[in-house]
Each structure stands twice: as structure tokens, then as C-alpha cells.
Design a protein around this ligand. Structure first.
Ligand code: HEC
Length: 444
């Protein structure tokens, strides 16, 4: 039966397409490092599949985006899991695609005849970053909103055409409804339309030229093994592991609770997602009319062009890392610089959602709202139509109690009512409690 189906399919679809892909041989040394490419592909598929399902319930309008994401997370069957996979998948993709690129570079696999494979790969990395940047805004949280304000403002500092570029990216003067619509369209229409043909071309070229033998082994008699089942089993195992890690992160870390975007906030300290921290940090060293354009335009453009044209600039056939000291040193410097900038960005940047500049009452209230969200008060209380009505509605709680009373009710509900069923929030720090109370007092 199986073989009849196979025969039927082969006659219609042609043997080489599937059979050729599976039955090809790969160099014997092919192993775990080579699974990074297929893991990247797998993670892309996870993003596409989860993204399609998320889009079913998402609404790209500032009034609805945040609520639609809450709805997906809390109401849609498995919505929280899907969102978790998509959220962590984005970070995983950035990591794995970076490692894949590094592996290909160290092995010298970009050398003839695989130059175009490398070039399409560089474009794919850029696409992944574009996906990450546009997708970040979509939940319309305070953090994602202000990260986008800053990210797009950088575009505006490009000399001469900056103003025009900013208008193009934002679609309007400030980040607003048009920006959200535009980012969504780019995220789900434009980028996939570019991604799919590029991935196909990249895979076709991988298939066409085969896996590069280990550096230095080109001249010797090449031992090979079959792609199927040997290498495919490794590929599947690593992809499965990646999926388990995503599930694990979703289950253990969940999705960070963030508050709704407030475009009128003047105190919020923006902070980009971790994979853009290096660039954010880098720009801190390029300030002023002369240096800023260098940091914003010249340097990134130079790096991208250098990467893209690398196979044409470095045409020596030598692939052994030991014989390519400069290339390996450059990779080392690049990795250390990226890691260092990311680290500095993480420790120096005031953590926007944690400590807004103190002293302003607006900042305190915002912080209080975050404490409120983070402690899941909405799982028992309703505020302005949001939440669950297990406990009393809090929409006007600020007009009913004083600050001290509120603090006591939260720290020790039993003190007011021995039968209280609200858990005591006695682990809140004094600062968090003060902020929380400040926020509750605004509910009048
Ligand atoms: C597990 C459900 C639950 C959670 C979570 C919860 N509450 Fe409550 N809360 C209640 C209930 C029920 C009451 C009514 C008094 C009682 O039975 O304890 C209440 C009462 C209150 C009151 C007094 C309201 C009034 O009108 O008298 C305030 C204020 C309050 N909660 C604030 C909070 C805050 C702030 C949080 C988050 C830090 C929170 N609650 C989390 C269940 C909860």
C-alpha cells in the first residue's frame, strides 16, 4: 500500500524533488553543528504557524490591540501557549540564526561555490531582525510602544532623508494607529512575501551545492553518509529540543506582564528588546551632529555590506580556521563586541518598566499600575470593565479609602475582615506597595 502511494506520488511529482532531497549524501563529518540551519528553518515554521493562529484573534488598532492580545492569552483555547511559543520563538530564532551564521563563517562554508547561499542567508538574517522589530509593537504595551518610538526616532536621524524616512516608517508624525497598521502589514504581508522565496532559494542552493565538507578535507577522498536517515535524525532531534525549550520557557517564565501603551506618558524610560540592546548601546557612543550619522548609517551599512559581499571580498579557497587567522580574529572581535554591548546595554540602561525616574507622581502611578498588573489583581477585581468580578469592583476604589487604609487592605486583608478571602500581599516591597496605593487612589 505504502509503496503504491509512493509510486503514485513519484509519477506525479517526480522523483528528484523529494527522493533527491532525502537520498542525497552528505559528508561523513556532517553532524550537530550542521543542525543549526534546519533548526532555524524549524523555528521559522513555528513562527509562521503560531503567527497565523494568533492573527485570527488579533486586532491591529490602538484601541483593541492590547485587549485582543489579552483575549488571546486568557480566553482563546491554548492562546497563552501559542503566544508564549511565538514570543520565545522570536528570541530563539535570533539566537539560532546567529549561531548558524557563525558556524558557516568559521567553517568557511561561504567560499566558492556557495557564495550566493551565504548572500541569501545574510538577507534572511536581516529579515528576521525586521520581523522582530515590527512584531514587537503589535501587543501595544507601554514597553513595546516606547521601544518603537525610540527605534523609529533613530531612523529619523539619518541625514537629509531622515524626516522622509521617519514619515515612511511611522506613517504619521507620532507612533499611532497608522504606524500600528503599517507595522502589522509589514509583519504579516510584506516580510513573509520576501521570506518565502528567499528561504526556498537558500534551501535550493544548499541542496544544489551539498553540505560543504569539513575544512581541509576537500582534497582527500570524501567519505559520505546518507542525509536520510542519519543527518535527518539529528536535525529532527535538535528541532524537537528547540520546541521543548520554547514550551519550557512558556511554562516557566510565561509572557512578561506589560501594561497598556500610554502615548501621553512623559516619564516612561524606553528600553528595547534584548536583541536590539547592542545597537541601542552603540549609539550612546555616537552622539552629536558628526558622530550620530556615523553610528546610525555608516557603521550599520558598512557591516551589512561587508557581510553580504564577504564571499567576494575573501576569495581564497582556504577554509581551515587555523589558516585564516584574520577571519577568525574578526569573528571573535565581532562576537565579543556584540556580547559586550548587549551586556552594557542591559546593565546601564535604566530598566524602564522597573524604575521610572522617581519623584514624579506620574511615574509612581505608572509603576503602581504595573505592580497591579504583575500581581494579577485583575484576576479577582474589575477595573473599568477589565478583569474578573470575584472581589469588589475597584473602578472607584480611590474615592472610598485613604492611602493607609488601602495599604492595610492589601498587606493584611484579614485585619479589616477576618473572613477575607483575598490573599495577603505581604511580600510586596514598601516601594511597590506605595506605588500600588498611588495608582489605586487615581481610580475615582
Ligand atoms: C484571589 C482573589 C483576589 C486577588 C488576587 C486580589 N484580591 Fe483584592 N479582594 C478580593 C476579595 C474577595 C475582596 C473582598 C474582601 C475579601 O473577601 O477579602 C477583596 C478586596 C479588596 C479591596 C477592598 C475593596 C473594597 O471595596 O472594599 C482592595 C482595595 C483590594 N482587594 C485590592 C487588591 C489588589 C491591589 C490586589 C492585587 C495586589 C488584589 N486586591 C488582589 C480578592 C482578591
Amino acid at each position: 500500500m505504502g509503496s503504491r502511494v509512493q509510486g503514485w506520488l513519484r509519477e506525479r511529482l517526480g522523483g528528484p524533488l523529494f527522493g533527491g532531497f532525502l537520498n542525497r549524501t552528505v559528508p561523513e563529518e556532517t553532524g550537530l553543528p550542521h543542525t543549526l540551519g534546519s533548526a532555524t528553518l524549524f523555528l521559522l515554521v513555528v513562527q509562521v504557524v503560531t503567527g497565523i493562529v494568533l492573527a485570527m484573534d488579533y486586532s491591529a488598532a490602538p484601541e483593541h490591540a492590547y485587549d485582543s492580545v489579552l483575549f488571546i492569552t486568557n480566553q482563546v483555547v491554548l492562546g497563552g501557549v501559542l503566544r508564549g511559543l511565538h514570543h520565545w520563538g522570536a528570541s530563539a530564532l535570533v539566537v539560532v540564526v546567529g549561531l548558524h551564521m557563525l558556524r558557516v563563517f568559521l567553517w568557511g562554508s561561504y567560499k566558492p561555490p556557495r557564495e550566493v547561499t551565504w548572500m541569501t542567508g545574510v538577507l534572511l538574517v536581516l529579515l528576521v531582525m525586521a520581523f522582530a522589530f515590527t512584531g514587537y509593537l503589535l501587543p501595544w504595551t507601554q514597553r513595546s510602544y516606547w521601544a518603537t518610538v525610540v527605534g523609529t526616532r533613530i531612523v529619523g536621524t539619518v541625514p537629509v532623508i531622515g524626516g522622509w524616512l521617519l514619515q515612511l516608517v511611522r506613517g504619521e508624525a507620532e507612533v499611532g494607529p497608522v504606524t500600528l497598521a503599517r507595522f502589522y502589514a509589514i509583519h504579516v504581508l510584506l516580510l513573509p512575501a520576501l521570506l518565502v522565496p528567499l528561504v526556498i532559494l537558500h534551501l535550493y542552493l544548499v541542496y544544489r551545492h551539498g553540505i560543504a565538507p569539513a575544512p581541509g578535507a576537500e582534497a582527500t577522498v570524501r567519505k559520505t553518509k546518507r542525509f536520510y536517515p542519519d543527518q535527518l535524525a539529528d536535525d529532527l532531534a535538535v528541532s524537537l529540543l528547540a520546541l521543548l525549550v520554547l514550551f519550557g520557557l512558556t511554562a516557566i517564565r510565561g509572557i512578561p506582564t506589560e501594561v497598556r501603551a500610554d502615548p501621553s506618558s512623559t516619564t516612561y524610560v524606553p528600553r528595547p528588546e534584548w536583541y536590539f540592546l547592542f545597537f541601542f548601546q552603540l549609539l550612546k557612543y555616537f552622539q552629536g551632529p558628526v558622530w550620530e550619522p556615523i553610528g546610525v548609517v555608516v557603521l550599520p551599512l558598512a557591516v551589512v555590506l561587508l557581510l553580504f559581499f564577504l564571499p567576494l571580498l575573501d576569495q581564497r579557497p582556504e577554509r581551515r580556521p587555523r589558516r585564516r587567522p584574520y577571519a577568525i580574529a574578526a569573528a571573535g572581535v565581532a562576537v565579543v563586541a556584540l556580547a559586550g554591548l548587549t551586556y552594557l546595554g542591559a546593565v546601564q540602561q535604566p530598566p524602564g518598566t522597573r524604575t521610572p525616574p522617581s519623584g514624579s507622581s506620574q511615574a509612581l502611578v505608572e509603576r503602581g499600575h504595573e505592580v497591579f498588573v504583575a500581581n494579577k489583581c485583575l484576576s479577582c477585581h474589575v477595573v473599568k470593565g477589565e478583569g474578573t468580578d470575584f472581589g469588589p469592583e475597584l473602578t472607584h476604589v480611590g474615592s472610598r479609602y485613604t492611602a493607609d487604609r488601602l495599604a492595610t487592605l492589601i498587606r493584611n486583608p484579614m485585619s479589616a475582615n477576618p473572613q477575607a478571602s483575598m490573599p495577603a500581599f505581604d511580600k510586596l516591597s514598601d516601594a511597590d506597595l506605595q506605588a500600588l496605593v498611588a495608582y489605586l487612589l487615581t481610580l475615582k
